[in-house]
Design a binder for this molecule. Structure first.
Ligand SMILES: C[S@@+](CC[C@H](N)C(=O)[O-])C[C@H]1O[C@@H](n2cnc3c(N)ncnc32)[C@H](O)[C@@H]1O
Length: 242
């Protein structure tokens, strides 16, 4: 069995993700970007404990959740056994997707996860491989421009909320400090990439950009945030396989 960073924090992540942030009313921008999935065969890549898999199943998709962490998948399967929606969960590495044949899916989603995955290029190439021609891909990441290493919220001399951005060009793995007890990044770190690195990886994978969203008032971990937040913390992209 592969050991994965989220094996260590699976129960904690499930608690903050599902009990403190009910996604059915807080992830509107993402669901809007995904659109109508009724009757579609969809892969929830890096599905974690299956929160998005269940949302899409409830919207009429047939969903396969894929994750590298067996512990996260155990939790996803437990939800499925408590309330059977028909989601299938399989363990695989996003770099390879070795259990998934070419051109399998109408759509792939990857939510709050590409910054957890070391090789974005290999992952996006596999996303393109497992999509049917014309299939769609939606990803949601912490905003690479404003969530670079050691960036944080502050208040300026006039009492105005500002975002202090640091180390934007320093790509690579980093771990945030532990001042925020709800910070996933303090526990498992993140792979920081510039915005151009993400967009070029999408282009190199042969995916065509269709739509980009930078929602206001959504925090990657805690959900809604004060309207005064000056920058978006999420970056969402919809693409299509040509
Ligand atoms: C922040 S969680 C997001 C989980 C879920 N998508 C959600 O919206 O809550 C990131 C997930 O990415 C998974 N992950 C990290 N590296 C991976 C890889 N190489 N292949 C597949 N999954 C991976 C982790 O195990 C974890 O479940």
């Amino acid at each position: 069995m592969t050991t994965a960073a989220y094996d260590e924090i699976a129960d904690w992540y499930d608690r903050i993700r599902s009990s403190e942030w009910n996604p059915s009313d807080k992830e509107g921008s993402l669901l809007e970007l995904i659109g109508d999935v009724s009757g579609q065969y969809v892969c929830d890549l890096a599905c974690g404990q299956g929160i998005i898999s269940r949302l899409l199943t409830e919207r009429g998709a047939q969903v396969v959740g894929v994750d590298i962490s067996e512990k996260m998948l155990d939790i996803a399967r437990r939800y499925e056994s408590e309330n059977s929606l028909g989601v299938t969960y399989i363990q695989d590495n996003a770099h390879e997707l070795s259990n998934i044949p070419d051109e399998s899916f109408d759509g792939v989603v990857c939510v709050w996860a590409l910054m957890d995955i070391p090789d974005a290029e290999a992952t996006l190439a596999n996303v393109a491989r497992v999509l049917r021609t014309g299939g769609w891909f939606v990803m949601c990441i912490t905003h690479p421009c404003f969530c670079s290493p050691d960036s944080g919220d502050a208040v300026d001399g006039n009492g105005v909320a500002v975002r202090e951005v640091r180390h934007y060009f320093d790509e690579g793995f980093w771990v945030s400090d532990t001042s925020n007890p709800k910070s996933v990044r303090a526990k498992v770190g993140a792979h920081h990439r510039t915005l151009s690195a993400y967009l070029n990886a999408i282009i190199d994978a042969g995916l065509l950009l269709e739509r980009v969203v930078e929602p206001r008032g959504i925090d990657p971990v805690t959900g809604p945030v004060l309207r005064s937040r000056p920058t978006p913390l999420a970056f969402m992209v919809r693409c299509r396989k040509a």
